[in-house]
Design a protein around this ligand. Structure first.
Ligand code: SF4
Length: 115
């Protein structure tokens, strides 16, 4: 099988944002990384194009995205102190939306770095 080679890929795992990574991939997964550290290599190799899960889960059961959004909105609406948590490995646009959501629902924002 012929591999696709992507040069100068950016790793966003730890925050160093190494941007000189070379990736070799087949149609579903990255099979080789060059110049990534062991954390970056693990991150790239474990993100695949395979569909491992349904689009959404509610209480562990498959659901549509619309059903999951409705359920999440209900949880957030009824929460006394909603926490928007995580936000590592996401884009700046996603972080911006998360902060806007926290403001809208009167919540707080925290990242995994507080651990
Ligand atoms: S390759 Fe390693 S050091 Fe560079 S951003 Fe990824 S995890 Fe961080």
């Amino acid at each position: 099988m012929e591999l696709t080679i992507t040069k100068n890929a950016t790793c966003t795992f730890c925050g160093c944002v190494c941007d000189d990574i070379e990736l070799h991939s087949d149609t579903e997964r990255i099979v080789e990384t060059k110049r990534a550290c062991i954390l970056g290599e693990s991150w790239f190799r474990n993100h695949t194009a395979e569909r491992l899960y349904p689009d959404a889960l509610i209480d562990g059961e498959p659901a549509t995205v619309d059903e999951a959004v409705e359920e999440a909105a209900e949880y957030l609406y009824n929460a006394h102190m909603p926490l928007v948590y995580g936000l590592s490995n996401v884009t700046c646009e996603t972080q911006r939306e998360a902060v806007a959501l926290a403001e809208m629902i009167g919540g707080v924002v925290d990242s995994h770095t507080s651990l």
